[in-house]
Design a protein around this ligand. Structure first.
Ligand code: BTN
Length: 150
C-alpha cells in the first residue's frame, strides 16, 4: 500500500515537471528587429533613421560612400514607411541632395540566427536624363545589406 502511494506521488511529480521541461519558465521577450538607429552597408554607406511614429513613418539621413555623379557627395534626406511587426517590411526613398537622382529601397528587417539585425534591401536608382531617347539607361538596380553601425 505504502509503495503504491509512493509510486503514485512520484508519477504526479513527474507529470508536474513535464511542462517545466517542455517550455522555458523565464522566457525572454521575443526579439524584435527595429529600423531605428545607425546602419552601415556593404559599400560602407551609412544612414541614421530617427523619429519613430506609431504610424510607421520615419525620417533619416543617408551618407552614400559611392556615386554615379561627379558632384561632391553630401548627406541626403530619406523618408521611410514600415509595417509594425517584429521583422517588418519597409521602403524608403533617398532624395539625393547633391544630384538630381532618387533611390528607392525596399526590404525587410530580419534577425539572424545570432539575433543580429540586418536590413536586406533591393534598390532602384533613377538618374535624370535630358530626353525620352535616353530613358532606357536611366535606372540602375541592386541589392544592399545593412548592419548596425558600431
Ligand atoms: C547618385 O549617384 O546618383 C546618387 C548616389 C547613389 C548611391 C547609390 S544608392 C544605391 C547604392 N547603395 C549605396 O549605399 N549607394 C549606392
Amino acid at each position: 500500500m505504502a509503495i503504491g502511494l509512493t509510486a503514485l506521488m512520484l508519477l504526479a511529480f513527474l507529470l508536474g515537471c513535464s511542462g517545466t521541461f517542455a517550455e522555458p519558465q523565464n522566457s525572454e521577450p521575443a526579439a524584435k528587429c527595429s529600423l531605428i538607429g545607425k546602419w552601415v552597408n556593404d559599400l560602407n554607406s551609412t544612414m541614421e533613421i530617427n523619429n519613430a511614429t506609431n504610424t510607421g513613418v520615419l525620417n533619416g539621413v543617408y551618407k552614400t560612400a559611392v556615386s554615379a555623379s561627379n558632384n561632391p557627395i553630401q548627406p541626403s534626406p530619406l523618408v521611410a514607411v514600415q509595417h509594425l511587426g517584429d521583422q517588418p517590411v519597409f521602403g524608403f526613398t533617398v532624395n539625393w541632395s547633391f544630384t538630381e537622382s532618387i533611390t528607392v529601397f525596399v526590404g525587410q528587417c530580419l534577425l539572424g540566427r545570432d539575433g543580429e539585425e540586418q536590413l536586406k534591401t533591393t534598390w532602384l536608382l533613377r538618374e535624370k536624363v535630358e530626353s525620352a531617347a535616353e530613358d532606357w539607361g536611366a535606372t540602375r538596380v541592386g541589392t544592399d545589406i545593412f548592419r548596425r553601425a558600431k
